[in-house]
Write a protein that binds this ligand. Sequence first.
Ligand code: NAD
Length: 386
Amino acid sequence: MRFEFTTAAKILFGPGTAREVPALAHSMGRRALVIGGRSAERTSGLIRGLQEQAVETVTFSVSREPTTEIVLEGLALARAQGCDLVIGMGGGSVIDAGKAIAALMTNPGGLFDYLEVIGRAQAVTVPPAPYIAIPTTAGTGTEVTRNAVIISPEHKVKVSMRSDMMLPRLVAADPDLTLSVPPDITACTGLDALTQLIEAFVSIRANPLTDALCREGLARAGRSLKTAYTKGDDTSTREDMMLASLFSGLALANAGLGAVHGFAAPLGGMFDAPHGAICARLLPIVMEANITALARRSPDSPALARYAEIARILTNDPGADARQGIAWVEETCAAMRIPSLDTIGMRREDIPVLVEKAGRASSMKGNPVELAKEELAAIIDKALSE
Ligand code: NAD
């Protein structure tokens, strides 16, 4: 057995840890590009704290999933303002934008030199500007992954810029920041974390360290996801979900993902829909397709036993089988009102292009079984109609 594990240099976890960031940022730079989301209020405490530590601040807002234009705009601002430190405080959109901006600030060339699939996929050679990530959703786990997901409106696809060097220097995963997340976003982001835990656990690149993280993350998501949705002010369920999200990021960055994310990359570029909602809609259908394909073509695959273990963890029933895991995910998605793909504007005519693009997505490579084009098309057909 051989495996590698790479993560952020330092991770602070717990209520109130976001308030520790300014004192630590002081040694990392003198002028910070502070990236926030739609609400300026969410970064105001951070900015005050930085100023008290004599760290100057320049603010930039990322109010949607980041596009190539947004990243280039933030980069131009950071350069024009002479920033030497980047802090992203927000959902995955904010954190990914910051990751890419910090890397481009120090590396030669432009964004397309580094983008995978549609760009030149060159290696990042110079360490990025120091980057601090403070997630406010639970979540994407992107605070501990090495890639930034960016939409290319021109190519209608989401692709990554990726490098071990892009892992943040400091992460503050503070569950209190998620207390304000409304139910619909709690649902999408929580189901994204769940998807990542499941896909990393059955990935062909899973290893004992990512397995341990997935088991713990699945247990926490299993017991707390629905309560976080119905009772958003419950601090212990928010803590569980922040840990589940963090562990999902640690796992996916080191074990890879699967077909749900293989589809999410092109779907997110072709249609304007939250990443987590797309993942949630596809998750039970992909689980079913994988289990069926594995049972037929690869009955000795360890992934089959893993799907049964996922079911036991999520349902808390030691006798549960793999299909009961699918049922648990289906019921959870229904309770959280996850819509079908036609509500985002997708039509059956889009299936061939989507299948073609998904086949090339980097995430597809971790899927526990290779799915034929017809199987991929059947997954999307089902995600549209039910
Ligand atoms: P998001 O960042 O787009 O945020 C969703 C919404 O939640 C926004 O309207 C935002 O303003 C709001 N919000 C954020 N924090 C809030 C808070 N504390 N209270 C109230 N509202 C809040 O959504 P997301 O799901 O966190 O991130 C999605 C992005 O992350 C996608 O672009 C996806 O591709 C990417 N992603 C990246 C990775 C990676 O490893 N790089 C992994 C998963 C997802």
